[in-house]
Write a protein that binds this ligand. Structure first.
Ligand code: AMP
Length: 508
């Protein structure tokens, strides 16, 4: 089993059809994409000894058309991709690179210089700038024959932030991604060669995980010219391409809706499906978006460890106008089992809140070189999601809270511990605790409670500059509260709940 076969079949069936687009401009046909992927596989070569894990090919880039040839080229060579979140600080990317140990790290023109400066000198030579002469030379190699990988061969090393502050690589195999692809085609949407996928969300995450499903059906791959999400440009693309589908984080949906309303423009002609998820979507917003765009919405709930595939809220569910359903994340995906269990691991009755656990072929093989974290997360054949939720009598799951305290801001995950560690690296900070606070635009933003070292002071501005030096911009606190001491329980654990309540009181 090799995900590359999805491209192979499409290239044989529709060789001359437009495959990869930058905005409205067609860059590659399916035949061309197929050929370039095989040439890259030729350049990557046969790889290590049998029994070694497959080589990793890291990608550090904003959304770009080359993502496709890199991904399928790596798979053809029997290698795995390790896409990095381009918003990370170069130091954070370097940490991930040293964990993944890629044989090559493809970086965009904007990110390559920072990575070369940050990586140890021996590593810098593994960086290839996408689009450079060195990059193009790889595609002059003779095409390779696609490798016959096994279902359990690593295909994608998906880096999630760890609460320990270090990212963990969820190992997604060809079987995992094939299962998630089949489940997508069975549940979420019917795709055919008259459709297009618009990559508005990062291709290193949600949008990229849908590439196999769309490529399998010969649907156009459209990368916005801006390489990211600009609501106006997105709407224009939905007018220009047929049968558009896109994965959007809830905040992106909101921005899209506001743009449509402000411009007084009608529903885009080619907009077929908006798949949203990755963070909570508030019912009020969903209702407004349904009014603006009609029945184009499907919700998914998943996580890096079970990519895009745990539950779904069907298009038809959105049409019922039932607030309880709209506030849920729907029912188990085809091929997945979902349970809600108490601390003793037993199933809870309908309506009771416990941990969400799931099982199925989409669930990762484990964390890369991290058996402790794997054993903690995969127990008795079940993925323990760390999300708290409840099931109703019809099997609809509602997420209540995230036991891991992850903050989701604009669709990106922020782990408090990472931000706390950055703050604590400042000499005037004695204690720090970070919590998420509800935000109408971003879903959540970061608030930091700071206890200063005796006899020292520090301003918000200084802490902001300090964080900008250490962590990605989007992770830095948007709000600071200086307090004398953090509230703690008898075990010395900080009571985040009390801190959140304190903020809520201040805001009323
Ligand atoms: P990630 O591994 O970055 O994809 O983050 C996964 C986490 O995002 C999940 O464990 C949930 O806490 C959250 N999440 C994903 N989908 C949804 C959704 N539809 N509604 C609410 N939270 C979600």
């Amino acid at each position: 089993m090799n995900l590359f076969t999805l491209l192979e079949r499409t290239a044989r069936r529709w060789p001359q059809a437009g495959a990869v687009f930058s905005g409205t401009q067609c860059l590659q046909s399916w035949a061309r994409l197929h050929e370039r992927a095989l040439r890259l596989a030729g350049a990557l070569g046969a790889g290590g000894d049998p029994g070694d894990p497959p080589r990793r090919v890291a990608i550090a880039s904003e959304n770009c058309p080359e993502y496709l040839e890199l991904m399928f080229g790596a798979w053809a060579a029997g290698a795995a991709v390790a896409p990095l979140n381009y918003k990370l600080h170069p130091r954070e990317m370097a940490d991930i690179a040293s964990d993944a140990e890629p044989s090559l790290l493809f970086a965009s023109k904007t990110l390559a210089p920072g990575l070369r400066d940050t990586l140890p000198p021996a590593w810098s030579k593994h960086v290839v700038t996408i689009g450079s002469a060195e990059y193009e030379a790889l595609f002059r190699s003779a095409p390779a024959l696609p490798r016959d990988t096994r279902p359990e061969t690593l295909a994608w090393l998906f880096y999630t932030s760890g609460t320990t502050g270090r990212s963990k690589g969820a190992m997604l195999t060809h079987r995992n991604l094939m299962a998630s692809t089949l489940s997508h085609l069975a549940d979420v949407e019917a795709i055919d060669e008259g459709c297009s996928q618009i990559h508005a969300a990062p291709m290193s995450h949600g949008s990229g995980l849908y590439i196999p499903a769309y490529v399998a059906r010969g649907a156009r791959q459209v990368i916005p010219a801006s390489a990211g999400f600009e609501p106006g440009a997105f709407l224009d693309l939905c007018d220009a391409h047929p049968g558009c589908g896109a994965f959007l984080a809830p905040t992106m949906v909101q921005r899209l809706r506001v743009t449509v309303e402000a411009a007084g423009r009608g529903r885009p002609r080619g907009l077929r499906t908006i798949i949203y998820g990755g963070g909570p979507m508030y019912v009020e917003e969903l209702n407004k978006s349904l009014a603006a765009f009609g029945q184009v919405f499907v919700q998914i709930y998943g996580q890096g460890e079970s990519p895009m595939t745990i539950t779904w809220l069907r298009r038809a569910d959105h049409a019922l106008g039932n607030a309880a359903l709209l506030g849920s994340v729907g029912t188990a995906r085809t091929g997945m089992r979902v349970r809600v269990v108490g601390e003793d691991g037993r199933d809870l009755p309908a309506g009771a809140t416990g941990e969400v656990i799931c099982q199925g072929d989409a669930v990762m093989a484990g964390y890369w070189r991290n058996p402790e974290a794997t054993a903690e997360t995969l127990r008795d054949g079940w993925l323990h999601t760390g999300d708290m939720g409840s099931l109703d009598e019809h099997g609809y799951l509602t997420l209540r809270d995230r036991s891991k305290d992850v903050i989701i801001s604009g669709g990106s995950n922020i782990y408090p511990r990472e931000v706390e560690e950055a703050l604590l690296a400042h000499h005037a900070v004695a204690e720090a605790c970070v919590v998420g606070i509800p935000d109408a635009e971003w879903g959540e933003t970061v608030a930091a409670f700071v206890v200063t070292t005796a006899g020292k002071t520090v301003s918000e501005r200084e802490l902001d500059a300090h964080c900008l030096n250490r962590i990605a911009r989007f992770k830095r606190p948007k709000r600071y509260v200086f307090i004398d001491a953090l509230p703690k329980n008898s075990y010395g654990k900080v009571l985040k709940r009390v801190l959140r309540e304190r903020l809520a009181i201040q805001d009323t």
